[in-house]
Design a protein around this ligand. Structure first.
Ligand code: CTP
Ligand code: CA
Length: 229
């Protein structure tokens, strides 16, 4: 699909996209967070609107303008993101998990600000696992034929780790980025390989996140069941 051609190949479809990064509170003023800006997820939302989809964007702690034409649901924590994504996925043709979901959250939330103790080192922070939203969505499939897409940020053995993660998650497509200090986070551009559960592998060269988004939608669109009338 040529960019800007706006072939409405997603018309009549509902797509759900998660974007940004969850924040897991320790106390009223502190959280565990990550460096996801949400730009790739927002690019997915804009391009899906342009291709005619009804779009629900579940945005975790992003500082970006709402994409025109998308329903934006704002969330903070991984548990809130899970609720919002599962709710929206109930009638979705495709779910794309572009958000960086915290793997762990503090085991306890302190109602008051945690204070320093005179002459004493701080207590360690105990963590517990968050649910894996992508694995859950992939296993449950609210609708038959729902296409589920995950993202993976890897620093080493990118393809091997990606293939293993695709199998572990049970999704249809996994978009694998190589990340590092200056790569991907907050940047306008991205480079990725899209791995498919049917063995497919699509290389997307370094370029605007909108271009990667359109290639992802091409891959999703080719896997959607024919529209039901
Ligand atoms: N994901 C999710 N729920 C989680 C963690 C991750 O839905 N609790 C999703 C992310 O949105 C992403 C995909 O899973 O689409 C892969 O995330 P990643 O952090 O790479 O995978 P993990 O299984 O958490 O592996 P790792 O130990 O490498 O962090
Ligand atoms: Ca993780």
């Amino acid at each position: 699909l040529a960019r800007g051609a706006a072939a409405p190949d997603l018309a009549g479809r509902h797509v759900v996209i998660s974007a940004g990064g969850t924040r897991e509170p320790l106390d009223p003023v502190r959280f565990l967070g990550n460096r996801s800006s949400g730009k790739q997820g927002y690019a997915l939302a804009r391009t899906a609107v342009a291709r005619g989809a009804r779009v629900t964007l579940v945005a975790a702690n992003t500082a970006l303008a709402d994409p025109a034409g998308a329903d934006v649901v704002r969330v903070g924590t991984a548990l809130q993101l899970r609720d919002a994504v599962l709710k929206a996925a109930a009638d979705a043709d495709a779910v794309v998990m572009a958000a960086a979901v915290a793997d762990f959250r503090p085991a306890v939330y302190a109602d008051g600000k945690i204070k320093k103790q005179e002459g004493r080192e701080p207590d360690p922070v105990a963590l517990v696992r968050n649910p894996d939203v992508l694995a859950e969505i992939s296993a449950e499939r609210a609708l038959k034929g729902q296409v589920v897409v995950g993202f993976a940020a890897e620093t080493d053995d990118v393809l091997d780790n990606g293939r293993a993660k695709l199998r572990r998650k049970g999704c249809d497509l996994l978009v694998v980025n190589e990340v590092g200090e200056s790569k991907t986070f907050g940047s306008e551009e991205n480079e990725a390989v899209i791995l498919a559960s049917d063995g497919g592998e699509v290389q997307v060269p370094y370029g605007p996140k909108e271009v990667l988004a359109d290639v992802i939608w091409d891959q999703v669109a080719s896997r959607l069941a024919p529209p039901s009338e």
